[in-house]
Design a binder for this molecule. Structure first.
Ligand SMILES: [Zn+2]
Length: 176
């Protein structure tokens, strides 16, 4: 089932998601719906908070850097109760977000991360990532704490991006 993606400035995006006590069928259904929604929206990652669910779930399918055409499903992963174990280095990347459509901005992140989570069967696993996957993991985990990429910008830059976003929303309304 394709879910509705909540758009900024909906206050639900500030939700601190709760840890999943047991990975049961209802969590697996949420994972499947989120995967379907992510592909439908042509995203590379999606967090539960973005579809109005307060449980700690993230799905990702980040293309390899040498991939021109995205191989759908190749790097697909679902993370329940994900947490960052360690970070290393710094990187700057132009990020966008399905909940803040139409705008992008350079965001500073750690260059490498180690993340611990449960898979769809409730089994713990660890992933070490760099490149775009490391950025996407940090972006999606932020969503579970109610943080958007625009919250990580300087005040001045954030105001600029917000103004641009508001303008694009108005244009969209006129177009309908
Ligand atoms: Zn996002």
């Amino acid at each position: 089932m394709i879910l509705e993606i909540i758009k900024y400035p909906d206050p639900f995006l500030k939700t601190h998601a709760a840890r999943v006590e047991s990975v049961d069928d209802s969590v697996r259904k949420l994972i499947d719906d989120m995967i379907e929604t992510m592909y439908y929206a042509r995203g590379i990652g999606l967090a539960s908070v973005q579809v109005g669910d307060p449980r700690q779930v993230v799905v990702l399918d980040v293309p390899d850097e040498d991939e021109n055409e995205r191989a759908k499903g190749k790097n697909l992963m679902a993370l329940v109760n994900p947490e960052i174990v360690s970070t290393e280095g710094e990187t700057l990347y132009e990020e966008g977000c399905l909940s803040v459509p139409g705008v992008t901005a350079d965001v500073e992140r750690a260059a490498r991360v180690k993340v611990r989570a449960l898979d769809r069967d409730g089994k713990p696993f660890e992933i070490e990532a760099d490149g775009l996957l490391a950025i996407a993991l940090q972006h999606e985990l932020d969503h579970l704490s109610g943080v958007l990429f625009i919250d990580r910008l300087s005040r001045l830059k954030r105001e600029l991006v917000k103004r641009k976003y508001k303008k694009s929303l108005e244009t969209e309304e006129r177009a309908i």
